[in-house]
Design a protein around this ligand. Sequence first.
Ligand SMILES: Cc1cc2nc3c(=O)[nH]c(=O)nc-3n(C[C@H](O)[C@H](O)[C@H](O)COP(=O)(O)OP(=O)(O)OC[C@H]3O[C@@H](n4cnc5c(N)ncnc54)[C@H](O)[C@@H]3O)c2cc1C
Length: 324
Amino acid sequence: MIVVFVETTAGDDGDVLAGPSRQALTLARSLDDDVVAVAVDDGEVDLDEVAEDAGRYGAVQLHGAWHDLLDRYGPESWAAALDGLVEELAPGVVLAAGTERGGEVLAHVAARRDLPLVANVTHAEADDAGWRLQRVRWGGSLFEHTRLEAERVLLTVQPHAVDAVEVVDPAAAELVEHDVELDDVVARTRVVEEVVTSTGVSLATAPVVVGGGRGVGSAEGFADLERLAGLLGGAVGCSRVATNNGWRPHRDQVGQTGTAIAPTIYIACGISGAIQHWAGAKSAKHVLAINTDAEANMVARADWAVVGDLHQVVPALVAAIEAR
Ligand SMILES: Cc1cc2nc3c(=O)[nH]c(=O)nc-3n(C[C@H](O)[C@H](O)[C@H](O)COP(=O)(O)OP(=O)(O)OC[C@H]3O[C@@H](n4cnc5c(N)ncnc54)[C@H](O)[C@@H]3O)c2cc1C
């Protein structure tokens, strides 16, 4: 049996699995037919709705962990809840999406159980001696092939490395609810307040990302990029130069030390395409580079490029779209 710790999100038609959790379930199915999902019941999420979605991606059961202390995210409390279910279900493999939350929860479970954790896996295969794994290192700039000899293993799945594929003839996963026992001490680190500082589409899942780098020149210079992203139903991202200069918050940073994006199109404005930036942008299906330098890496990597000043090109794009 494989246990997949899943994260949930509000979809158009109710609560569903987050995209990276669907990808983790898809990878789990390639390893074992007996795939079971585990979610935390925070009192807000509708696990009946999530069970339907979990079934679509191959989970036969969805185990929901409930306790008063789980109403807000806390790495220790959520890991303790998952740990309790791992003890009960005794799977050979525990998987999670390689999101910040997935990685953090699994790291805690690994520490609690003294089990090996391999992060950012893109491919896994069992053999007689253990596991053959491929995983992403150095922010996506290389793949590592590795062997692991262990009876029980914890893996996180690199977001966007596996396409989420629905099963043929899906049936809702059977929902099994658990009142878990938790010690108060596990609630010492937990989210107490969430401040929404921006609304709209999230960078990690946006279908269109308009990114800005040093070429934008200032915080104010991002206004045109915001307008373009708004018209295209997308999100604004940026390079580390933009965050270092205080033009954008760190949550907008794309790259090795920022967010990994996978939009249908990435419009990179005034970004040179350094390897650390590309590490987070390479899963974009298409790239349009807008850059004054025809030799820039981003131009070389792009499907299309406009060689020109972004301060002219972006407003012209905005005007053309508005005119339609
Ligand atoms: C450990 C480590 C981690 C890092 N992590 C990240 C990360 O997560 N994300 C990240 O982005 N970087 C990261 N970096 C930094 C990275 O190496 C680059 O320095 C950074 O990505 C460069 O940002 P940039 O493309 O905006 O700036 P530059 O490299 O200076 O490029 C600016 C580009 O703008 C173009 N330009 C200038 N003016 C205009 C104009 N008016 N119109 C159009 N084009 C114009 C230029 O031709 C140039 O191509 C990391 C570095 C290290 C060492």
